[in-house]
Ligand binder design. Structure first.
Ligand code: HQG
Length: 178
């Protein structure tokens, strides 16, 4: 089975367009796996997919994008659905990073980091992850430093995505360093 293709399809279903699969995400983004499988089985390429395949797909991925618990599955970050997924606030590392193309740096230093098409701003726990994220858009991304410790002191909320990714609603420019 092509795990990467399956992972992309699931990210599309669980982050962006659950209605195309007749699915409804609950408040925390979960869907029942049997319901997801019914939807997947309608497409010839995913006819035989089982829950075990979904578990294998998660294990095979370098990035932890999805999570299975008690017969349900969800995307851990990246959502763009109209109803904002509810995340529990958590304590981030003191410094977080964000990789972005050079052309975005000036607007970011003016407006802060905005979620754009997604529900949350995505931040990286380490520089390597930030570089990888930034390279999706530019060979030589700029790595911005976010003073998360100060932002937390000032009452901003952060949320856990996966071990490398943190989320926030918006990061004002005063917490961002070039
Ligand atoms: C930029 C992928 C101008 C921001 C990745 C980024 C990540 C602004 C883009 C995850 C701005 C949004 C998320 C402002 C933010 N002015 N540009 N004020 N504020 N931006 O894709 O963080 O592989 O929504 O710098 O690896 O790049 O799909 O966010 O360039 O983990 O699992 O607006 O998605 O994960 O882009 O990536 P995105 P992101 P997966």
């Amino acid at each position: 089975m092509d795990w990467m293709k399956l992972s992309k399809e699931l990210s599309y279903a669980l982050r962006h367009a659950p209605w195309e699969y007749e699915l409804e995400l609950d408040e925390e983004g979960w869907v029942e796996i049997p319901q997801l499988l019914v939807a997947l089985h309608e497409s010839p390429q995913w006819k035989g997919v089982t829950e075990v395949d979904l578990e294998q797909m998660i294990l095979a991925s370098e990035k932890k994008r999805h999570e299975i618990r008690s017969g349900r599955i969800r995307a851990l970050y990246g959502h763009s659905t109209p109803q904002k997924i509810s995340k529990t606030p958590a304590d981030p590392p003191e410094i977080l990073y964000h990789g972005t193309p050079l052309r975005s740096v000036a607007p970011i230093m003016e407006q802060g980091l905005q979620p754009r098409q997604r529900q949350y701003v995505h931040l990286s726990a380490d520089i390597d992850t930030a570089k990888q994220v930034g390279r999706r858009r530019d060979d030589q991304p700029v790595i911005l430093r976010i003073n998360a410790a100060q932002a937390v002191k000032d009452g901003l909320l952060f949320y856990h995505g996966n071990e490398n990714i943190w989320l926030a609603d918006h990061i004002p420019a005063r917490y961002i360093e070039k």
